[in-house]
Write a protein that binds this ligand. Sequence first.
Ligand code: FE2
Length: 229
Amino acid sequence: MIKKIIYDQTKYNFKNVFEKYFEESLEKLHKKFVFERRFSNMAGGTEEFSLVAETYAKVIQTNVFNKLWISFIHDVIKPYFDDKPIYVQKLPSFRLFPSYHSIQYVKKITDGYNKHLDSEPPYYHPNFETGFWLPLIECDHNNDFYYEDDDWYRRADIRENEILAFSSDVVHGNRVHNESPNTRCSLDFKALALDDYDENILTDRIILKRGQKFKQNDWYSTKHYYMEM
Ligand SMILES: [Fe+2]
């Protein structure tokens, strides 16, 4: 299941928050900052760019951002779950896909794309989660989010005031090579109805997060990964 959610971008202007911090338009971050490499793989993904680590520390993990995040979840994401109690990722993940950078985060590339399910290794996301993807720029066909829908592999092609919600059975993944002149920045996070949480499907198999190993049932516990709202 794939769905688009429209939200008030003037009220929840994440793009502006990050552009103020970088003092650069997000599309052109590669002109201002030097990325450590031109190719990222699963072990040393784009999550490990020092710029990304700094962005978590200086922007996302601040009280100001946290406040914005909580009201955004309340106003935009909870209604998606009919305002029932939910578990939601405490803070969003921030992703960078630099212009002319290549990423391979699946074992086997399909037709030039990182086609995958989030329940696959190394992340082993539980399938009771719904994924949310929020672009911070206008994507083009080279740097967009792609997903499988009725045997078509199609672009998300959504605007900056839209969010894509996708269930855990949706195959998705961007191109391996970003041949766009623009860097893609996006936020993504997971959420679920409280009633759908099922600790019985979690095991102690090892997952990889930012290059570090954790047990699946420790990582996706209600205390560690999610907050209740
Ligand atoms: Fe994914």
